[in-house]
Write a protein that binds this ligand. Structure first.
Ligand code: ADP
Ligand code: ADP
Length: 232
């Protein structure tokens, strides 16, 4: 589903080069929950942002569902991004819109008809368990409820891939577990491929099939959670 080939990212700031990623090779299979863990500054955000071209790689290729996203035109990329949903640590909700309005937003952008939007939003609100909060504004929601909105919005257009950028890092341990359960449920029901970055080992152990440890911009280790993190 996702193939990363010799990816490199160098930032240029004030005449200085910062190598954020180098020699990254990865294959993530359809339906897999793939984790990327590492310390702050290791390159996790840069890597996951390359998966939807929020960052442009300096060199290398990223093939998602048979299409090299590093070689798409602006128009092609806009289409491709519908296949790639993303959720964020700080949720990034629209504060002036209700839960319903936030979830409807990507469907409006996609040009869906009003009646179809209402139907789809109802389904999504039910799926993420926010039936009683449908008309609330983000400021009225708990952190976990906000992330449920983020998840519903991210999967509204039926993406093939869901990118999770520190999706539980702003949440307490109990809420973290409930969000991970929701993500697992969505993975099972929809067969969505998930890539998540985190600095929290517990998240990786709870949800991931395989994991890459990233250190100073390179993959230090790669394997199943059992292979990497079980006690000898
Ligand atoms: P992580 O997500 O693991 O904390 P990042 O991908 O944010 O790591 O950062 C990797 C490296 O790239 C760090 O050295 C960071 O300072 C640098 N970096 C990240 N974003 C930028 C940017 N926009 N400009 C310059 N350097 C950046
Ligand atoms: P994270 O929570 O993933 O570690 P940061 O808080 O380090 O992210 O970075 C937040 C934002 O700042 C990101 O968009 C990142 O690209 C940017 N950034 C990170 N490091 C630098 C840097 N050294 N120079 C410029 N921008 C940076």
């Amino acid at each position: 589903m996702i193939k990363v080939d010799n990816l490199q990212k160098v930032y240029q700031t004030n005449g200085k080069s910062i190598v954020a990623l180098e020699n990254i090779d990865l294959e993530i299979t359809q339906g897999e929950i793939f984790g990327i863990i590492g310390y702050s500054g290791a390159g996790k955000s840069t890597l996951i942002r390359c998966f939807n071209m929020l960052e442009t790689p300096t060199s290398g290729n990223i093939i998602i569902d048979n299409q090299d996203i590093t070689r798409l035109s602006t128009t092609q990329l806009r289409e491709k991004r519908k296949e790639i949903g993303m959720i964020f640590q700080h949720f990034n909700l629209l504060s002036a819109r209700t839960v319903r309005g936030n979830i409807a937003y990507p469907l409006e952008i996609a040009g869906m008809k009003k009646a179809d939007i209402n139907k789809r939003v109802d389904e999504l609100i039910h799926l993420v368990g926010l039936t009683n909060q449908a008309d609330s504004y983000p400021a009225q929601l708990s952190g976990g409820q906000k992330q449920r909105v983020g998840i519903a919005r991210a999967i509204a257009n039926n993406p093939k891939v869901l990118l999770c950028d520190e999706a539980t890092s702003a949440l307490d341990p109990k809420t973290t577990l409930s969000i991970l359960e929701l993500l697992k449920d969505i993975n099972r029901r929809l067969g969505l491929t998930m890539v998540l970055i985190t600095h929290e080992m517990e998240v990786i152990k709870n949800i991931c099939d395989r994991v890459a440890v990233i250190d100073q911009g390179q993959i230090a280790e790669l394997g199943t959670v059992l292979q990497l993190f079980s006690q000898p």
